[in-house]
Design a protein around this ligand. Structure first.
Ligand code: MG
Length: 372
């Protein structure tokens, strides 16, 4: 039995993690669940999976969960009964618990990409020092991880991240200016949380995934590329020094990368039953990203190359910009403009400590709120 803590169990990744768990009642035990917004669903999950530990985040709201102890997410992540921590929270909420899990020697299955974007150096250095594994759940990174099994790091020539291009890949700049939150929330191929759906529409998500890939696989930024692949079937690729390229393919369904992180190093026949009919799929399309229409990818790459506290500022400013867009206070194209403006105003700290990162995050949120 693998003993799991699922942080953010009521979100999209959390719910799908529980679908995987439900398929293997003899092999996984849910020791802890945490959720913040949807307490009704959290209660239903607690009834079904009977975890020993439950957290509703800072400040317990609603009724007490029956018979479950209340701890912070950090305490849950480090709890002796927990073996593997699934970090399915969104935004900066996952950073503290991820570090707590690593410091307690737990394996981390990471879906919350902002953790590595904000503090990739601190988090991966700590994991390396303590010999703890960080297993990616993000579909692109799961694909690269699967392609790299049995390979040597020195043989990697390039990582090629695929991007669906989001719902607006064929719109002009003029059309993009008028995009509404409702349109941006309709992703053509993936069902995801709100923040990541908007980030997919601006391609900020892909920019953050470049940074995530850099820290997970230790590949320099100039050897991590992005290509638009409309079908979202090739989840990413690795080119090796001899010119050979490996790709990982499946129908788009997050339960597959979630399950792979949970069953690794094994593969189990699980909840993901759909199989590809290549004759029906017919063709795959690829296209270069137009950085004039999707500047967030360029902005993220620039922040990545500057390093230090810039990626944390990128994350924080983007989180605020997405909130402002969803509240209809700024337009779709203003998301990138606002993030870029805040990055330009930031005086970065190189080799930042966790405190420097948190300070940069707070500064960027305030600056973005004041500056739109
Ligand atoms: Mg992804």
């Amino acid at each position: 039995m693998k003993r799991l803590a699922i942080l953010g169990s009521t979100g999209s990744i959390g719910r799908q993690t529980l679908e995987v768990v439900r398929a293997f009642p003899d092999r996984f035990q849910v020791v802890a669940l945490t959720g913040r917004r949807n307490l009704t669903l959290l209660k239903a999950q607690v009834r079904e999976f009977k975890p020993k530990l439950v957290s509703t985040g800072s400040g317990v709201r609603g009724e007490r969960m029956s018979r479950a102890s209340h701890l912070s997410m950090e305490e849950i992540a480090a709890h002796p009964d927990v073996e593997l921590v699934v970090v399915a929270t969104a935004g900066k909420a996952g950073l503290g618990p991820t570090l707590a899990a690593i410091r307690a020697g737990k394996t981390v299955a990471l879906a919350n990409k902002e953790v590595l974007v904000m503090a990739g150096e601190v988090v991966t250095a700590e994991a390396k020092r303590l010999g703890v594994e960080i297993l990616p759940i993000d579909s692109e990174h799961s694909a690269i991880w699967q392609c790299l099994r049995g390979e040597e790091k020195k043989d990697i020539a390039r990582l090629i991240l695929t991007a669906s291009g989001g719902p607006f890949r064929s719109r002009t700049i003029k059309q993009l200016a008028g995009v509404t939150p409702a349109e941006a929330l309709k992703h053509p191929t993936w069902q995801m949380g709100t923040k990541v759906t908007i980030d997919s529409a601006t391609l900020m998500n892909k920019g953050m995934e470049i940074i995530e890939a850099h820290w997970l696989f230790g590949v320099p930024f100039d050897r991590i590329e992005v290509v638009i692949h409309h079908q979202s079937i090739i989840h990413s690729m690795v080119e090796f020094v001899d010119g050979s390229t490996k790709a990982q393919l499946s129908l788009p369904d997050m339960r597959l990368p979630i399950q792979y992180a949970l069953t690794y190093p094994e593969r189990w026949e699980g909840v993901f039953r759909s199989r590809m009919d290549f004759g029906k799929i017919g063709s795959f399309n690829f296209e270069a990203v137009d950085l004039d229409r999707f500047p967030c990818l360029r902005i993220a790459r620039e922040a990545a190359e500057k390093g230090g506290t810039y990626p944390a500022v990128l994350c924080a400013a983007d989180e605020v910009a997405v909130e402002l867009f969803l509240a209809k206070k700024i337009g779709f194209l203003d998301i990138g403009r606002l993030v870029e403006k805040i990055l330009e105003r930031h005086s970065g700290v190189s080799q930042p400590s966790l405190q420097d990162i948190i300070a940069a995050d707070t500064w960027a949120r305030d600056a973005a709120r004041a500056g739109f």
